[in-house]
Design a protein around this ligand. Structure first.
Ligand code: ADP
Ligand code: MG
Length: 246
């Protein structure tokens, strides 16, 4: 049985989609079968970041009831073992799809893949909650700023109360400012394990624009190495925590 990980944060722009895409490709490189799900039903961009631009069936169609989930799963030929479930971007689909249906659509995917990674919307609104509660484990993504960290902590606390297992957090975009909160202080504040420090790296942004996650676009970059290390850490601890908790 596979693992379902919700990738979450308090604010937008922290790097959830970037982390989801890179973790998917990195775990694929480690030989695991992965599906990355775009759970951000109103601001979808995961499939673009992963280079899939011609998807006709999306998770919205599945939620609306006009398609089956198997028809919304796209293999990405360039990345071994990696699949994506895209979301629609047109307003009509967004209006019709009820996010509360996400858990029943996403949870069964663990029977088919080693990892189900959910790219969640930011915050605690119903669309974000529905996406986040579709997972069993949580990976928090934060930037090294206090307001970003406190908002992400709030989300973590709510999800822990809801019974999800906390894997830990990613400190993303570290080194952008001289006022950045250092990793050891961030770990003390967050009170959950620090799994990886991802540096601010222009290669990450370049890779986003190219539609190729940086672990594939520029594997020797510092950003790519940090995402690979995150994948190894996830591989080491995921599943274990969920088993201990239940
Ligand atoms: P979210 O999904 O949390 O809203 P994204 O993953 O879309 O955030 O990231 C927002 C922007 O920040 C993107 O343009 C992305 O390329 C950029 N970005 C994310 N992480 C890094 C990093 N470590 N270094 C440089 N740019 C980054
Ligand atoms: Mg996003």
């Amino acid at each position: 049985m596979g693992k379902i990980i919700s990738i979450v944060s308090g604010k937008g722009g922290t790097g959830k989609t970037t982390t989801t895409a890179n973790l998917a490709v990195a775990l694929g490189k480690l030989g695991k079968s992965v599906v990355a799900v775009d759970g951000d039903l109103t601001m979808a961009n995961l499939s673009l970041v992963m280079g899939l631009d011609d998807a006709s069936v999306t998770i919205h169609d599945v939620l609306i009831g006009t398609a089956e989930i198997k028809d919304a799963i796209y293999a990405i030929p360039d990345f071994e073992n990696v699949h994506v479930i895209p979301a629609a971007i047109d307003w009509e689909h967004v209006m019709k799809a009820d996010p509360r249906g996400l858990p029943s659509v996403i949870k069964p995917l663990k029977e088919q893949f080693d990892y189900v990674l959910i790219d969640c919307p930011a915050g605690l609104q119903v669309d974000a909650m529905s996406a986040m509660l579709s997972g069993e484990e949580v990976l928090l993504v934060t930037n090294p700023e206090i307001s970003c960290m406190t908002d992400t902590m709030k989300v973590g606390i709510v999800l822990k109360r809801a019974g999800l297992a906390m894997l830990g957090f990613v400190l993303n975009r570290y080194g952008r400012s001289s006022n950045d909160i250092p990793p050891d202080a961030a770990e003390e504040v967050m009170e959950v394990p620090l799994l990886a420090v991802i540096p601010e790296d222009p290669a990450v942004r370049e890779a986003t624009l190219e539609g190729i996650p940086v672990v594939a676009y520029k594997p020797t970059s510092d950003g790519a190495k940090a995402f690979m290390a995150l994948a190894q850490e996830i591989e080491r601890i995921s599943g274990f925590k969920a088993r201990v908790m239940y």
